[in-house]
Design a protein around this ligand. Structure first.
Ligand SMILES: Nc1ncnc2c1ncn2[C@@H]1O[C@H](COP(=O)(O)OP(=O)(O)OP(=O)(O)O)[C@@H](O)[C@H]1O
Length: 413
């Protein structure tokens, strides 16, 4: 049913739901728009409304062909809404659900587009903080690009920042989507531009493999892998492409490429990837063996113990019913020793078709050797980060570094 949003817009039909609210197909004075209507409990939060108004200039100023532009912010009675450019197409998660994995040329073209969009945002001092396939929209009305891909646009800029407040984000919660969270966020460091590069490299890996490099199982186990595990090679991937992924998944933010460089380097690879079929990769087992059961398991309700893509809500307190996707659950933050992994890591190693299955004696022995080395490195890493700083987005952190809890960040990683 149609409803008025402020004095200028009408919301006509639901396009989709996320943890922060509902996206509507709407109409404004200049034609069709997408309207993200934030959840009622968010809209009634005075602190959030204040941020919303404060962020107006930054959000409205971001204009780039690969960014879904915010046209207006509406605060009207109980309604809090972002009016956005309407993208006629689909989101990348839907495409991935349909195709399972993409041909390298198409995957790289899409990710290069998003890298270009991020470069513009980072240059303007804006960090996205929630790069994932759900937030990449494919414009089906745009021209076909390399590999038959449509132009890709990044949406939801500023939403993570708007809803991330000291009061809302308690010290025991992390916001974001675990599969795409950079290790420095898990350790409680402020989100800078490099977190978006890590998330985007995770998306690229997922487009090529059909699964994320550190996903699977309980969200606590996923967070731990980001800190402790190294990314397992994808069979058949061209080396130049693999090196880019590895560099952008580096644990140290400073080692990752900047968005502009990533976009340029990916585009250089396009001719070489033309006509290459999707990689022939078997998905690793996502159910941990008993020996590998995640240590934070007791924190989750039974129904949420094993998920292919574990996730915590962008908005703490969101229930699965808030979304039409299986990306929302609640979790406690694992303790630093749990993040260190030790002998109970949960590495998921992709296999070339026909290679030995994870869980075999030979595979377990090799995995254990790798974990001992990585576990030792992670202990040092977590210790260096400081026990007191690893609670992501805690109120104390926000108070101590106000500029960093904003999305505003220098373009440099
Ligand atoms: N500008 C837009 N134009 C067209 N469709 C859109 C636009 N923005 C969002 N959508 C649609 O609405 C859906 C929900 O978007 P939303 O940003 O609320 O949730 P999400 O990103 O899937 O999840 P979450 O916000 O919980 O991380 C998207 O998957 C997409 O299909």
């Amino acid at each position: 049913m149609a409803r008025k949003i402020g004095s200028r817009y009408t919301a006509n039909q639901i396009l989709g739901r996320g943890s922060a609210g509902t996206v509507w197909l709407g109409e404004g004075p200049e034609g069709p728009v997408a309207i993200k209507l934030l959840r009622e409990d968010l809209a009634s939060d005075q602190e959030l409304v204040g941020r919303f108004v404060q962020e107006r200039t930054a959000l409205l100023g971001l204009e780039h062909p690969n960014v879904v532009s915010v046209r207006d912010l509406v605060v009207d009675g109980n309604d809090l809404a972002l009016v956005m450019h309407l993208v006629r197409g689909t989101d990348l998660r839907t495409r991935l659900d349909r195709d399972r994995r993409l041909a390298p040329e198409a995957a790289v073209a899409i990710v290069a587009d998003i890298a270009d969009g991020l470069a513009a945002a980072h240059a303007a001092g804006v960090v996205h903080r929630d790069v994932k396939p759900e937030n990449v929209l494919l414009d089906m009305q745009g021209p076909l690009g390399p590999g038959g891909s449509h132009p890709a646009l990044l949406t939801d800029f500023g939403v993570a920042k708007l809803i991330d407040s000291p009061r809302r984000t308690r010290a025991t919660k992390i916001i974001g989507t675990p599969d795409y969270l950079a290790p420095e966020i898990v350790e409680g460091l402020p989100p800078r531009a490099a977190v978006d590069i890590y998330a985007l490299a995770t998306v690229l890996y997922e487009l090529l493999a059909g699964f994320t490099p550190f996903g699977g199982g309980h969200p606590g186990a996923v967070l731990r892998r980001h800190v402790t595990e190294s990314v397992a090679p994808l069979p058949g991937i061209p080396d130049e492409l693999w090196q880019l992924i590895v560099q952008c998944l580096a644990k140290a933010p400073a080692s990752r490429l900047r968005a502009s460089e990533l976009g340029a380097r990916l585009r250089e690879l396009l001719p070489m990837l033309a006509g290459m079929p999707p990689l022939d990769v078997d998905e690793p087992d996502s159910e941990p063996t008993q020996e590998e059961a995640p240590v934070a398991q007791e924190a989750a309700p039974a129904g949420e113990r094993v998920r292919r893509r574990g996730a915590v809500p962008l908005v703490p307190g969101a229930k699965p019913a808030d979304s039409n996707r299986d990306t929302h659950t609640s979790m406690r933050v694992p303790a630093p020793d749990e993040l260190a992994g030790g002998a109970r890591g949960t590495a998921r190693v992709p296999r070339a078709a026909g290679a030995p299955r994870p869980g075999s004696a030979r595979h377990r022995a090799a995995t254990r050797r790798r974990r001992v080395a990585l576990g030792a490195a992670a202990v040092a890493l977590v210790a260096a980060a400081g026990v007191g700083t690893w609670l992501a987005t805690s109120g104390d952190d926000a108070d101590a570094t106000p500029q960093d809890t904003n999305n505003s960040a220098p373009a440099a990683p």
